[in-house]
Design a protein around this ligand. Structure first.
Ligand code: 2BA
Length: 109
């Protein structure tokens, strides 16, 4: 079994969950915040059998779009604390940042 951790944009999360549910997958939605933009995003935890992994990846790829986003509060430059860009920064965000982990054990008690 695999655990998919998918960080997606809030705008895509509702449609993504609907697609996953329609195809019989379970998901848990977490409200998260990106470290760079300090803006809200959504993290989904999706447990799937190995042979269904690609199906879920296909759904994520189909639903999640890349968008330009402006950093309203400019983040620190290169992580150097206390150094700020004087201008808003435009970055491309998404479609999705996905981690796939192998699950040792899956139990429902
Ligand atoms: P944020 O950290 O808010 O990053 C938003 C977008 O800002 C990123 O989009 C990327 O285009 C840009 N960005 C991030 N760090 C940067 C940096 N040091 N310098 C210049 N630009 C930078 P995505 O790559 O699509 O990431 C979207 C969200 O996915 C991230 O939001 C973060 O919440 C998550 N994420 C991305 N990579 C990750 C990683 N390696 N580990 C954990 N979370 C990650």
């Amino acid at each position: 079994m695999k655990l998919i951790i998918a960080i997606v944009q809030d705008e895509d999360s509702s449609r993504l969950i609907s697609h996953l549910m329609n195809d019989g997958f379970s998901a848990t939605k977490l409200a998260t915040t990106g470290g760079f933009l300090r803006a809200g995003n959504t993290t989904l935890l999706i447990g799937v059998e190995d042979d269904k992994l690609q199906n879920v990846m296909n759904i994520i790829e189909k639903v999640c779009r890349s968008r330009k986003q402006i950093a309203a509060q400019p983040p620190t430059i290169s992580g150097v604390s206390g150094v700020y860009s004087p201008y808003p920064i435009e970055v491309m965000v998404g479609g999705a940042t996905v981690f796939v982990l192998t699950v040792d054990q899956f139990v429902k008690l």
